[in-house]
Design a protein around this ligand. Structure first.
Ligand SMILES: Cc1cc2nc3c(=O)[nH]c(=O)nc-3n(C[C@H](O)[C@H](O)[C@H](O)COP(=O)(O)OP(=O)(O)OC[C@H]3O[C@@H](n4cnc5c(N)ncnc54)[C@H](O)[C@@H]3O)c2cc1C
Length: 405
């Protein structure tokens, strides 16, 4: 079994395989083009879902992390403080990912670093691919090779989609005065055309991880990378955070339930399959998908059928797929259209929906299990949205779409 990419998704898939079938030890190989520790731009937020996936995989959190039990959700002067039922643990990805790779090695999984998987072809007997200047073959190739995944490109052919964009930077916490136990989710920049939110995550080593997520929307403003970095810098100033350098941005694919995630002998997981559209969460998602991927491979080894035709359905039915699907729907509602004020006022002014939002961002519940409650709140909101939108309008800046650059 060959796995391209030794990030959280790839490691999870490999670990799931050898934990569930120890006879696979020595027969699962992780290939990564980088050497660990390698740089990985990320907010580093590990939610309750990540905790659960790690527990299921028998992986330990061995690196420095900072757990925040509180969150502030804001739009302008409207600020709601919430308690997180599962504190979000913020890690440095360089350290976290290297520790996962080490734990995989300790389980007898071979990890070949600085060895990109280059080109592959599938035939009835398996997959042939280039790695380290040689042609190798495997029964299955898993594409856990991140946002630029070669396996994803192969499966998606000419399908076009617009990526989510994420920008982040780390700054010293000392001079800002931002609380060390509080995560910030700030939507104020939506009045400037952002379709997403800005974050401040307290990180280990007296640092703050700051950034923003912008969801692609045909209706929203066409913000350039320069617009988004300017928005981030300007809005962070309200929280006493001044950026010495511009943040850098990266794309990510949002999960789409109808998009292909497998072909005969090929499977996708992690960023290659798609991340959460509402929050930008991808670490827990990658681990949960890695577990699913492992199950698919074990089933194929047992049955001799390597078509993986049921993987997309299995993903949609699993907790991770149901959560990704509801978040995609909510993201389209909140970020995708002109009515964002209506839906944001629901999140900020309805106490129960705010609780559900907080529970989702910290992973203390499965939002998909509360679909009915959410729909009822949406319906109730139709009658109350006038007052709530007025509250939001009074709290926030006027719309300044496209006036940022
Ligand atoms: C700015 C930003 C902030 C984010 N914040 C959060 C957050 O706070 N919480 C959260 O849960 N998620 C967050 N995410 C998402 C999260 O970082 C990703 O979803 C997560 O890293 C996905 O893990 P992965 O294993 O799929 O991919 P990756 O971690 O990207 O790993 C893929 C690996 O594949 C390797 N690779 C690539 N091509 C090849 C090849 N051809 N052959 C072999 N190896 C290859 C790469 O070197 C890499 O090591 C954020 C993302 C960004 C960009």
């Amino acid at each position: 079994m060959a796995i391209a990419g030794a990030g959280p998704a790839g490691v999870s898939c490999a670990v799931a395989l050898v934990r569930k079938d120890p006879s696979l030890r020595g027969r699962v190989v992780l290939f990564d083009r980088a050497r660990f520790p390698r740089a990985k731009p990320c907010g580093g937020g590990l939610t309750g879902h990540a905790d659960e996936a790690m527990r299921a995989l028998g992986l330990e959190l061995t690196v420095p992390h900072l757990a925040s039990p509180n969150a502030t959700v804001t739009f302008g002067s409207l600020s709601r403080a919430v308690r997180l039922q599962r504190p979000v643990k913020v890690v440095r990805r360089e350290e976290f990912d290297a520790s996962l790779v080490q734990q995989a090695r300790d389980l007898g999984i071979e990890v070949r670093e600085a060895t990109p998987v280059e080109g592959f072809s599938v035939d009835a007997g398996g997959v042939s691919f280039g790695a380290g200047g040689r042609t190798l073959s495997a029964r299955v190739l898993v594409g856990a090779d991140g946002v630029g995944s070669a396996v994803r490109k192969h499966l998606h052919h000419d399908q076009r989609s617009t990526p989510i964009r994420l920008f982040r930077l780390e700054v010293p916490a000392g001079r800002t005065g931002w609380a060390r136990d509080t995560m910030l989710y700030d939507f104020t920049a939506m009045a400037d055309g952002l379709r997403g939110y800005l974050w401040i995550f307290p990180a280990p080593g007296d640092r703050l991880n700051v950034g923003l997520m912008h969801y692609p929307s045909s209706r929203g403003a066409a913000l350039s990378g320069a617009d988004l970095t300017a928005l981030l810098a300007r809005h962070l100033q309200r929280f006493g955070v001044h950026l010495d350098a511009p943040a850098r941005g990266w794309p990510a694919w949002g999960y789409t339930p109808s998009a292909p995630v497998s072909a005969p002998r090929l499977l996708l997981c992690g960023d290659a399959a798609g991340i959460d559209g509402l929050t930008g969460e991808g670490i827990a998602v990658g681990m949960e998908q890695g577990l699913l991927c492992g199950d698919q491979i074990l089933h194929a080894l047992g049955s001799g059928d390597f078509g993986f035709r049921g993987y997309r359905r299995a993903m949609r039915r699993a907790t991770v797929g149901r959560e990704l699907a509801i978040d995609r729907w909510l993201a389209r509602l909140l970020y995708g259209g002109d009515a964002w004020r209506r839906w944001l006022s629901l999140v900020l002014c309805d106490d129960r929906v705010l609780d559900l939002y907080a529970a989702r961002v910290c992973g203390s519940l499965v939002l998909a299990d509360h679909k009915r409650e959410l729909v009822m709140a949406l319906l109730r909101h139709v009658f109350r949205s006038g007052n709530r939108r007025q509250r939001l309008a009074l709290a926030g800046p006027p719309d300044r779409i496209l006036s940022v650059s």
